[in-house]
Write a protein that binds this ligand. Structure first.
Ligand SMILES: Nc1ncnc2c1ncn2[C@@H]1O[C@H](COP(=O)(O)OP(=O)(O)O)[C@@H](O)[C@H]1O
Ligand SMILES: [Mg+2]
Length: 501
């Protein structure tokens, strides 16, 4: 019989206990332990435990166990339907046992093995959305009396609390997992492929830049991966968990662009029916990527400059200064320096944006990356279409590595997508690709030709080059070469180039 006097906890003690729960919501094990310990104290039990169901084996395991034998009891598992806990877990109904020794449902094995005398018990189910996921039980009153209905009610409340904690933790874990999967997928989608030295240099510079808050301008032809580089810088930066906000400056007329960037107050202009947060605010503590910055109107250029200089701006129609911490990245396919010289872009803004400049190289300067890119995009489209056995023929690969790719990687990606869709589903052949083959430079030249024959070889190659450049458009090619279209057509026939062009 127990004789030691335990002080009844005061309301302050309970409040203190609860406040420590609040701070441990991130740590489920600790929280459950606190809940069960409090339950033990409140109903003045000798021991308590929380058992959870392992649905694979249909057994209950001890998640938390208090009391003198708490550690030992954790070694055991209880089969569903066996003993008091197994019974409650199976039926979902609470049980109040005055004297376990007299109850046929009680299983003495565990008590005997750990040498713990079980007398009175109360056991309630642990439910999430009406589904029993485990039980909470208390054993032996400290004063050797029996558990009452009032104790059961208290226990039920604690059990609900524990269920709530477990439910939240599981949802949180699910969200975390989903978030991780999505980030992984996004990372894959935005992976930068290529092993050429020239690309490697850009990536190394981007890595270095990511550690700082330095403003960077990414310059390069369309389709060379400027946005990918911006994403890389953000992803590798300490800001990675905050948003990367992207805004295309060419897509919107001036007034709209201004309110997109800085937001507006309700009633700032007709149609401003509510306050709107701008991209700068949305990117707070993260990064803002301003694409096609070369297209920005002069009025907005001035406003952007002020934000970059002072870190402060106003929403359109507002007079409260707003301070944000944003890392600005921008991109252009124009020669921005030239735009400055021609008076189209503010020089002071140019220097603000261009603290560091990264140049994304065109694909024709890194043709050695073509096979890697081809395989990468092939994998992407294989997954998308389910054509898992699709391969690229050597001829098709050769054709792609010899082509000059005026539209850069975007064009390459589109070419492969088209070939996947239009091909036979097994092997991508040269004719599936919407590009025309480049011949090696002056392939037909050799000793033994007359000058006329050699000139014809040159003309043939030159015409091909121009036709490739215009995607096979004869009118455009003729215009570039400054000859008549009809004359071009005659040359194509004469040189038997119909199949190539
Ligand atoms: N090095 C690369 N590796 C993989 N994909 C790339 C690479 N560079 C560009 N791409 C792809 O090419 C397309 C154009 O890239 P993007 O970053 O939008 O170019 P830009 O902004 O310079 O026009 C996108 O589909 C992008 O995923
Ligand atoms: Mg782009």
């Amino acid at each position: 019989m127990k004789t030691d006097i335990v002080d009844t906890p005061t309301p302050i003690d309970h409040l203190k206990a609860i406040s420590s729960w609040v701070s441990s919501v991130q740590d489920l094990d600790k929280l459950l332990h606190l809940i069960i310990e409090s339950a033990t104290n409140v109903v003045r039990a000798e021991a308590a435990s929380l058992l959870l169901m392992d649905t694979k084996t249909n057994t209950l395991y001890f998640k938390v166990a208090t009391g003198t034998k708490g550690k030992e009891v954790k070694e055991f598992r209880v089969k569903l339907g066996e003993g008091i806990a197994g019974h409650v877990a199976q039926t979902g109904q609470a049980l109040l046992i005055a004297d376990a020794q007299q109850d046929s449902r009680w299983m003495r094995t565990i008590s005997d093995r750990i040498d713990f005398e079980t007398r009175s018990m109360a056991c309630v189910p642990l439910k999430i959305n009406d589904r029993t996921i485990g039980v909470v039980q208390v054993i032996n009153k400290q004063d050797d009396s029996r558990f009452s209905q009032a104790d059961m009610d208290v226990l039920e409340e604690f059990s609900n609390l524990a269920a709530l904690a477990i439910g939240s933790a599981r949802s949180l874990e699910q969200v975390r997992q989903e978030n991780q999967d999505l980030k992984k997928k996004l990372g894959e989608k935005h992976q930068i492929i290529g092993k050429s030295l020239i690309l490697d240099k850009v990536l190394k510079d981007a890595q270095k830049l990511s550690r700082t808050k330095t403003t960077a301008l990414i310059q390069g032809e369309s389709g060379t991966g400027k946005e990918l580089v911006a994403r890389l810088i953000h992803r590798e930066s300490p800001r990675r968990d905050k948003p990367l906000v992207v805004l295309n400056c060419a897509a919107l007329p001036e007034p709209l662009l201004e309110s997109e960037l800085f937001g507006h107050e309700k009633g700032a202009f007709t149609g401003a029916t509510s306050r709107k947060i701008g991209k700068f605010e949305a990117a707070h503590e993260g990064s803002l990527f301003l694409d096609e910055i070369g297209e920005m109107a002069p009025g907005i250029q001035a406003k952007l400059l002020r934000v970059l200089q002072e870190g402060v701006f106003y929403r359109v129609g507002g007079n409260t200064p707003i301070t944000v911490d944003v890392r600005v990245l921008s991109a252009t396919n124009k020669d921005l320096k030239k735009e400055v010289e021609e008076g189209n872009f503010r020089e002071d803004l140019f220097y603000r944006l261009n603290v560091v400049q990264l140049d994304t190289p065109p694909l024709r300067e890194r043709l050695e990356d073509v096979p890697f890119l081809v395989n990468h995009f092939l994998e992407v489209f294989k997954k998308e279409t389910g054509l898992l056995n699709l391969t690229v023929s050597q001829d098709a690969m050769d054709k792609m590595t010899h082509y000059e790719w005026p539209g850069n990687i975007r064009e390459l990606r589109n070419a492969i997508e088209r070939a996947v869709v239009m091909g036979d589903g097994k092997t991508i052949l040269p004719e599936d690709l919407p590009i025309s083959a480049s011949l090696p430079k002056f392939a037909g030249l050799r000793v033994g030709l007359t000058l006329d024959e050699a000139l014809n070889e040159f003309k043939k190659e030159f015409i091909l080059l121009n036709l490739q450049h215009t995607g096979g458009n004869r009118s455009k090619a003729a215009k570039i070469m400054d000859i008549q279209r009809t004359y071009l057509s005659r040359l194509i026939t004469r040189y038997g180039m119909r199949d190539l062009a």
